[in-house]
Write a protein that binds this ligand. Structure first.
Ligand SMILES: Cc1ccc(Cn2cc(C(N)=O)ccc2=O)c(C)c1
Length: 317
């Protein structure tokens, strides 16, 4: 039995590494058939020794029965909403106000604004223990069993202090088109857009349905943080990536508003070539102490803004 336990631990570590290479880095080092063969081997051992099954085993992604309902979750650190900018002047005003709120030199981080469902992931002792929707920013819904089915979300990490990471669950364009084709074939109402499809997939009660929807995530922020404090947003993005989280590769540190405007122009043109939907660009002050100096208005932070792309004209014939 100890030998079986050794083998189970070895297979889990191997499969979780392969899963990270494939789903997070998009750089598999083994063929799918090898991954599958090792997964079947692990399943057999776990059937033989069910007491050796752990919650971070790759065999435990798709839960059993549908939930009766969702538990409520209180976000001890509120999940913010950002104020919007619609043009270059709004962005220049944002940068000027931020620079007036501090004596420190300002740098920014620009990120693509993923058009999905905002989520929160909590890890304790390195284990994924809870996933929740943003809800109204203070109270969300516990959708842990649905989020466990998203392969790019690690079920365990090396950080053993309690941390909460935040980001967006989304449905890639290809999955959205395939899902709507399937729905139309079944005479069902298609989803209006990928954001509704992601939200609809995660806010239903059956993890088997969530698992079938090919959802993905990008993580970009933190909430509760009992680990070593970090000093900037860019440092947080780098540490989340080091922990095995999927972060969006297009983020960029910008030391001037001119660089921010260049980033906005570049991604306004590049947007149609992305494999997922974005509805804007998020610009944040990078230094965390400066963020604290700038604080919040009644509704949203002074240290961040969401530039929104102009709504596309819908040509109705
Ligand atoms: C049969 C089968 C097994 C696995 C996969 C996808 N995949 C591949 C790997 C891999 N290559 O490291 C890791 C995890 C994973 O989910 C497919 C598409 C089909």
């Amino acid at each position: 039995k100890n030998q079986a336990q050794e083998k189970i631990i070895e297979l889990k570590e191997l499969l979780n590494r392969y899963g990270h290479e494939y789903h997070v880095l998009d750089k598999p080092t083994v063929p799918d058939s090898e991954y599958d063969q090792k997964l079947q081997e692990l399943k057999k051992l776990e059937e033989q020794f069910p007491e050796l099954i752990t919650s971070d085993s790759p065999t435990q992604r798709v839960g059993g029965e549908p939930l009766e309902g969702f538990e409520k979750v209180q976000h001890s650190v509120p999940m913010l909403s950002l104020s919007n900018a619609f043009n270059e002047q709004d962005l220049r005003d944002f940068a000027r106000r931020a620079s007036q709120g501090t004596d420190k030199p300002l740098s920014f981080v620009c990120e693509l604004k993923i058009d999905g469902l905002a989520i929160s992931l909590t890890y304790e002792n390195g284990q994924f223990v809870r996933g929740a929707t943003r809800g109204d920013g203070t109270t969300g819904e516990d959708i842990t069993s649905n989020l466990r089915t998203i392969r790019s979300i690690p079920l365990s990490i090396k950080e053993t202090q309690k941390i909460e990471v935040r980001g967006e669950a989304y449905m890639p364009h290809k999955s959205f088109l395939a899902l709507n084709e399937a729905k139309e074939e079944k005479g069902e109402e298609p989803f209006a857009n990928p954001r509704n499809a992601a939200a609809g997939s995660l806010r239903q009660l059956d993890p088997k349905i969530a698992a079938s929807r090919n959802l993905d995530v990008f993580l970009y922020g933190v909430g509760e943080w009992e680990a070593e404090p970090l000093t900037s947003h860019s440092e947080r993005l780098e540490y989340m990536k080091e922990l095995g989280f999927k972060t969006n590769p297009e983020w960029k540190k910008c030391d001037t508003i001119e660089e921010v405007l260049e980033y906005v122009d570049y991604w306004t043109a590049e947007r149609p070539n992305l494999s997922y939907e974005i509805d804007g660009i998020v610009i944040k002050v990078d230094d965390l102490a400066t963020q604290d100096e700038l604080g919040f208005t009644a509704k949203s932070p002074r240290w961040a803004i969401a530039y929104k792309f102009p709504a596309e004209e819908v040509i109705t014939t």
